[in-house]
Design a protein around this ligand. Sequence first.
Ligand SMILES: Cc1cc2nc3c(=O)[nH]c(=O)nc-3n(C[C@H](O)[C@H](O)[C@H](O)COP(=O)(O)O)c2cc1C
Length: 182
Amino acid sequence: MFNFQNLLIRRRSIRKFSEELLSPNEIRIIIEAALLSPTSKNRHSWEFIAVEEKENLAKLSACKPGSALFIADAVLAVVVLGNPLVSDAWVEDASIAAINMQLQAEELGIGSCWVQVRNRNYSDRVSAGEYINELLEIPMPLEVLCVIAFGKKEKERAPADLDNLRWEKVHIGTYPPAHDLI
Ligand SMILES: Cc1cc2nc3c(=O)[nH]c(=O)nc-3n(C[C@H](O)[C@H](O)[C@H](O)COP(=O)(O)O)c2cc1C
């Protein structure tokens, strides 16, 4: 058990997983973290699809070139959906649920990584979201924000370094003049 700052320091993106399955209780606790998340106007604009079948994990890993491949080696992927007709803050609602699942997983000793889907492409003509909608039979107007891949860590990663934080991103009182933004 870590205190909250230790949890934040220890959470790193994990892309290499062992084959060990998560228990039903671990999966339930991760999903509860999503459902406990705050939402704009308390509208609960999110929905989630938990995918465990190897075949669909492999298909999800093809949702965009390259940076989603490790989903195939995960034992669980949670597809995080938002409904823009329920809330204009669906991206924020879904993002908070996604990171809460990642932090809860870390607390359970389970690794995870966010795979961005919104604004990403499967091919020249098909977006990553359209590909997943078709694969998992997701109806309009739901949109996929991301997929969070979960599994037991193949190995631990070095924790973040509190001495290396980007304090230059923090300003006191007003924004500094002539500040280089890029
Ligand atoms: C909005 C968002 C989108 C991300 N998309 C991907 C992705 O598509 N593929 C991937 O491998 N990692 C993705 N990541 C993980 C980041 O690369 C990772 O969080 C970042 O490099 C910092 O590393 P850390 O999580 O180990 O601290 C994403 C993270 C965020 C927050």
